[in-house]
Write a protein that binds this ligand. Structure first.
Ligand code: ZN
Length: 463
């Protein structure tokens, strides 16, 4: 069998089918919750405002990718991450375990490491969240955060960058051995938590665990001075570059969170930041012609996003997203004046908080106001004012337990103007585009399954 395989390879070589060695440097970018809709929305926005589309949408090879898991038509990030990393379907919630929960699966990151390549894992959310974890952990539940953190340290991968380790000091875990940052340092990792320490990291430093926040990185739309996904990617390139090559996975993890929140403006900025990270890989590819494979995919769609409007044949005004200057909610990060933070703070301070008090917040956070000139698309109509006023009353009613009442009402008004609709606050089954550039990129074409991504990378690694 093996002999036959060698014979076949020799035949291909003679036939000139295999022209060059496989990619020495492999980038796998995963937009969590990023399907065609998210990519198109960001593309159209950039074309309108900057006259230039996204790098992720202009790559030479494309494949439409199915995302279902072993036990569900609509996947979660753990099963999708497992499929993309290990090439096998599993149940929602499982991380690199087969559907019976007994057999451990191996990720392409581990295979790359076994082949002598350096490995980097980068994300904008916590580094032991489902998608990054699928590249180094084997756990029956994505919620075993502490155990996943132990798997992270045991992986011996060269570079981890992004958010912090969730539940890093979970003394309630049956596997508790100590604070995971301290354990990482004991196991040879240089652990950084400040931007200055991060920037000072130089090649030769050894294994690195660099966090830009205690938890998830703050949403891009909210902050100016955090370490960006692009900077984490650039640093990874700097630290991992070596003659034997590397494999780096970079996740735009918060695209999904914004999808769950139906927050189009925040999602747009997360997608653009993800595109900026991909640009770093392209800048590296320019310096290493013919040696860099860049793959961009998503693990599933989040939000059931569409551009269009009920009752109108053609409607689109994505440029209106430019007036949003804060995320609606804040994902547990330190307060930064998001729409809901401001509403909650000001309504606590003023007993009869009403729509008039809400108007300046609406104007600042979304650019919506009833006193705009008649032809201004951000002008709130009487009907829109009424829907927001009713939602505000429900939000302020102490009996109301629906956390998103007001934010969804405000977003619905703005999204209607921009021609954005959402059918879900969860995941959907939408096909996800996978785009690719570089040696081996031609294998990403037509219809593929998310497991094929791992299979293709695996084949390139052992070429
Ligand atoms: Zn999600």
């Amino acid at each position: 069998m093996r002999f036959q395989h060698l014979f076949f390879v020799a035949f291909l070589l003679l036939a000139g089918v295999i022209q060059a060695a496989g990619a020495k440097y492999i980038f796998l970018f995963i937009g969590d919750g990023m399907a065609q809709q998210q990519r198109l929305m960001a593309e159209e926005y950039q074309l309108k405002l900057k006259k230039k589309g996204l790098v992720i949408n202009s790559m030479p090879y494309q494949a439409l990718t199915t995302t279902f898991s072993a036990n569900a038509h609509v996947t979660d990030s753990a099963a999708a991450g497992t499929a993309i990393a290990c090439g096998e379907k599993t149940n929602n919630g499982y991380l690199c375990m087969d559907p019976t929960g007994t057999r451990k699966l191996t990720s392409v990151a581990s295979i790359a490491q076994g082949c002598g390549r350096k490995v980097g894992i980068v994300t904008s959310v916590t580094i032991n969240h489902a998608t990054p974890a699928a590249f180094y952990a084997n756990q029956i539940s994505r919620n075993n955060y502490y155990e996943i953190g132990l798997d992270l340290i045991a992986s011996d991968f060269d570079y981890f960058g992004g958010g912090g380790i969730a539940q890093h000091d979970n003394t309630k875990s049956p596997a508790y051995q100590g604070n995971l940052y301290e354990l990482a340092a004991k196991n040879g990792y240089t652990v950084t938590s400040s931007k200055a320490d991060f920037e000072a990291l130089k090649p030769g430093v050894g294994k690195v665990l660099a966090r830009g926040a205690d938890g998830v990185l703050p949403y891009v739309i909210n902050q100016a001075d955090n370490i960006t996904l692009a900077e984490f990617t650039r640093k990874g390139i700097e630290l991992l570059d070596n003659p034997d090559g590397f494999f780096m996975m970079v996740e735009g993890g918060a695209i999904d969170y914004c999808g769950h929140n139906n927050d189009a403006g925040a999602m747009l900025h997360e997608t653009l930041a993800f595109d900026d990270a991909v640009k770093e890989a392209f800048a590296f590819a320019e310096k290493k012609p013919g040696q860099v494979l860049i793959i961009v995919t998503g693990d599933h769609e989040t939000g059931g996003l569409a551009v269009g409007k009920k009752g109108v044949t053609f409607h689109e005004g994505l440029e209106l997203l430019q007036y949003q200057d804060r995320s609606t909610d804040n994902n547990g990060n330190p307060p930064c004046g998001t729409f809901m933070e401001r509403v909650n703070e000001e309504s606590k301070a003023k007993a009869d908080f009403n729509i008039q008090d809400l108007l300046p917040i609406l104007a600042e956070c979304y650019g919506l106001h009833p006193e705009q000139p008649e032809n201004n698309p951000m002008k709130l109509t009487a009907e829109e004012m009424k829907s927001i006023e009713e939602a505000l009353a429900r939000h302020l009613d102490p009996k109301n337990k629906t956390r998103r009442t007001l934010q969804l009402a405000v977003q619905t008004v703005r999204d209607s103007k921009a021609g954005i609709t959402w059918s879900s606050t969860g995941h959907t089954d939408a096909l996800v585009p996978t785009t690719a550039f570089g040696p081996g990129a031609e294998k990403f074409k037509g219809f593929i399954d998310n497991t094929d991504i791992a299979k293709i990378i695996h084949a390139i690694l052992i070429e």
